[in-house]
Ligand binder design. Structure first.
Ligand code: KG4
Ligand code: ZN
Length: 346
């Protein structure tokens, strides 16, 4: 490997086809960062359809890899990092097969990366975060499929200290949005409406907030939201419009209350030096603001390490970064044996 290796990242675990090239030296250089989102395709189904996702990844990955490698071809990279799981099995396999072919033809190193470790690495792509990066760290991973509190003891050394027992935080946003008739993905839509609503209008539960564990549960909240919306669901006047905004504000506040409280308590217990907030739901402005404020007020010595907006949603730069962590530890995989791990936990 050269002194400043270039890692080719490949991500196809869900509804984004993403290819990136990351150069790692004294600084990080994101040479290419290509993302093709399938959201408009899946929107008409109200969620991601695995077979459609896989087929779209096939077409998109070929064109993005061609674009990323350019004239340099196989000389454009020194190693390959590909998302091996967790995710949709058929979708994962598209990226893995492309990566295996590239590894076979180029003879270069390949590592299978955990998608959630990729989300952790998304915070490391930020130069100011890297300066404050001192283990142990605590990470809140909040996405459409995952809600996890991860204690990071070192690069590649993690312990899950809390996780959801049912729905993920992103699902709670998405299902609320669906209930009130908003398109997929619901998180950004709920956030937009919430800014116009009263967060105290609907008294919603804060599930498991004070139970002493670091686990989460959002399915009860989903039921409470459904019951609260019932009387409004058939109305279409201005009052119902305001009720929708109020419900959005109330549900967002309930979710953020629980996420912030549990993160603060875990950060205190494990005596960490900083808190990462990563995954799709970390795009939520209220979550970012309230987490930063809670750290300042309650644990002011801790660093707040969110990922940059550009790397919050699924991308391949974060996969390349996590792949670099693995390669640096001496890991490499045999391209012949690399396979999808749809249920892989971090
Ligand atoms: O990490 P991600 O892009 O994909 C998964 O790996 O799941 O996360 C997608 C999730 C969706 O549930 C989406 O509704 C949510 O992130 N999301 C948000 C916001 N932006 C995206 N949730 C709340 N507020 C947002 N601004
Ligand atoms: Zn993700």
């Amino acid at each position: 490997m050269p002194a400043n290796p270039r890692i080719l990242g490949i991500e196809t675990s869900c509804d984004e086809t993403a290819i990136a090239i990351l150069e790692v030296g004294k600084t990080l250089k994101i040479v290419k960062n290509l993302v093709s989102s399938q959201i408009p395709i899946h929107q008409k189904y109200g969620g991601v359809v695995p077979e459609v996702a896989a087929r779209t990844h096939v077409a998109e990955s070929v064109s993005l890899i061609t674009e990323a490698l350019g004239k340099k071809g196989m000389d454009a990279f020194d190693a390959i990092a590909v998302t091996s799981g967790p995710g949709l099995a058929t979708a994962l396999r598209v990226g893995i097969e492309s990566a295996r072919v590239l590894a076979m033809l180029s003879g270069k190193k390949i590592v299978g990366v955990n998608h959630l470790e990729g989300h952790l690495a998304s915070a490391w792509l930020n130069a100011s975060n890297r300066k404050k990066w001192k283990f142990p760290l605590l990470a809140l991973i909040v996405s459409g499929g995952h809600t996890e509190l991860v204690l990071m003891k070192d690069f590649c050394k993690y312990k899950i200290v809390g996780q959801t027992r049912d729905d993920a935080a992103g699902e709670a946003f998405d299902k609320t949005a669906k209930l009130v008739g908003l398109p997929y993905p619901g998180g950004p839509q709920i956030a937009k409406l919430a800014s116009l609503g009263n967060p105290d209008a609907f008294p919603l539960p804060r599930p498991m907030m004070n139970d002493g564990s670091f686990d989460f549960s959002f399915s009860g909240l989903k039921t409470a939201v459904r019951i609260a919306w019932e009387p409004w669901s058939k109305m279409e006047d201005a009052r119902a419009e305001q009720a929708k905004r109020d419900l959005a504000a109330s549900v967002q506040t309930a979710i953020v209350d629980v996420l912030v409280e549990k993160t603060m308590r875990a950060a205190e217990k494990y005596k960490v030096n900083g808190v990462l907030v990563v995954g799709g739901v970390s795009a939520n402005a209220s979550l970012r603001e309230r987490m930063e404020k809670a750290i300042k007020e309650r644990l002011p010595k801790l660093a707040f390490l969110p990922s940059d907006r550009a790397y919050i949603t699924d991308n391949a730069a974060m996969i390349a970064a996590a792949g670099y962590w693995r390669i640096k530890k001496g890991e490499k995989h045999d391209w012949r044996k690399l396979d999808a791990r749809p249920e892989w936990n971090i």
